[in-house]
Design a protein around this ligand. Structure first.
Ligand SMILES: C[S@@+](CC[C@H](N)C(=O)[O-])C[C@H]1O[C@@H](n2cnc3c(N)ncnc32)[C@H](O)[C@@H]1O
Length: 358
């Protein structure tokens, strides 16, 4: 009987190397051995899990939120190749029988031009496949709950991977992509980075307490104001630090104070609820600044970008995150730190640091 022995991880095209290094390192830490294979710019990585363990055990053991570069993952059966266009449903259904019971079927494609072109085909195929899987009892009836979600990753009309992911330990969004609409009145497209970060890091049920009206925020490197706009939308009062000009409509809200100061020298006169930082700087310098804010208690929550270097991107971001954890541990603080290469991030990752328990 075939087993789900491969783990598929979706990432931004061009970041397959980082995604592969990360899964290899974390899987080994958890006692799983395997090796990654990848094609550059394909938008995905295949991690081959060595028996006796299998990929289902790996996705049940490792915390998905620990992964920075993977947007989505699923434990897969062997790749189906050379599928006959007259009957693709039978081989896929046969593989599905070896997988755990699932609540829903999600069609996945890589976040590449070729991948996006396959989405229409994938949707049509899923509408034929799902009833068949329901009839076989592999896919539960609509509305019924299960611990697993089924994913069909379409490479082409003749090649696919079928797999499963734990509903509570994977991204709830297809492809791990949170789709957001650009707000017409926001001053820059960067605004979507902060909105996506909130969606990813802060569960919706906490938004009313974590992003509450009347809170005080500092936006370092704020101009022209895309991130400040998000804070203002939540009813916060913002100190925007940047030598560049801020959007005039945003300034007219009366909720923004603009200071033409250096983000790395500025200190808030009183502690604030939020510090956000989108300054383009070396990750080590941003890291030192974040540590200073946390250790001095200048902000409770922080969202900041670590701009990625040209080389050793995984090693560099790891070492920055470890440096923050060490410094906060040495200072006797409690914290939560998470990082993600978000859909709206390019040569950077976004981090959320929350100091003290809420
Ligand atoms: C990527 S842009 C920020 C975009 C902004 N988050 C938005 O949504 O509109 C980076 C900003 O950082 C500012 N900046 C760079 N170095 C800075 C420093 N040392 N202090 C303050 N601002 C800085 C730049 O002037 C630039 O406006």
């Amino acid at each position: 009987m075939q087993e789900p022995n491969t783990l598929l991880l979706l990432c931004r095209g061009g970041f397959e190397g980082e995604c592969a290094s990360e899964i290899s390192a974390y899987a080994a830490q958890e006692g799983f051995y395997g090796y990654p294979t990848l094609e550059r710019n394909s938008g995905f990585v295949v991690f081959h899990v060595q028996p006796p363990a299998n990929a289902c055990e790996l996705v049940e053991t490792l915390r998905f939120r620990r992964l920075v570069y993977a947007r989505q993952w699923f434990a897969c059966m062997p790749q189906l190749e050379g599928l006959d266009s007259k009957d693709r449903l039978t081989p896929v259904s046969e593989q599905a029988a070896a997988l755990p019971e699932c609540a829903e079927l999600v069609i996945e494609t890589a976040d590449t031009t070729e991948g996006r072109e396959l989405q229409g085909f994938g949707r049509k195929f899923a509408s034929a496949l799902a009833p068949r899987l329901r009839q076989a009892g592999v896919l539960l009836k609509r509305g019924q709950k299960a611990a697993w979600r089924m994913h069909l990753f379409v490479i082409s009309g003749t090649s696919m991977w079928l797999g499963v992911a734990p509903v509570r330990n994977s991204s709830p969004e297809p492809g791990g992509i949170i789709r957001l609409k650009f707000p017409a009145s926001a001053p820059s497209r960067s605004t979507l980075k902060l909105e996506e970060a909130w969606h990813w890091f802060i569960p919706r049920k906490y938004w009313d307490s974590a992003l509450a009206p009347g809170m005080r925020a500092v936006d370092l490197g704020a101009a022209p104001g895309g991130w400040t706009w998000q804070l203002v939308q939540r009813g916060m009062f913002v100190t925007a630090i940047d030598n560049g000009p801020m959007n005039t409509d945003l300034m007219e809200t009366g909720q923004v104070e603009h200071l033409r100061e250096d983000a790395f020298i500025y200190q808030p006169p009183k502690p604030v609820d939020w510090m956000v930082c989108d300054v383009v700087e070396k990750p080590a310098r941003t890291t030192a600044m974040v540590i200073e804010w946390a250790v001095n208690g200048w902000a409770r929550d922080m969202i900041f970008n670590l701009k990625l270097p040209m080389k050793q991107r995984f090693a560099e971001t790891q070492s920055c995150l470890e440096r923050i954890e060490r410094a906060l541990g040495d200072a006797g603080l409690e914290w939560k730190l998470q990082a993600k290469h978000l859909y709206h991030d390019r040569e950077e990752i976004t981090c959320w640091l929350s100091v003290g328990s809420r």
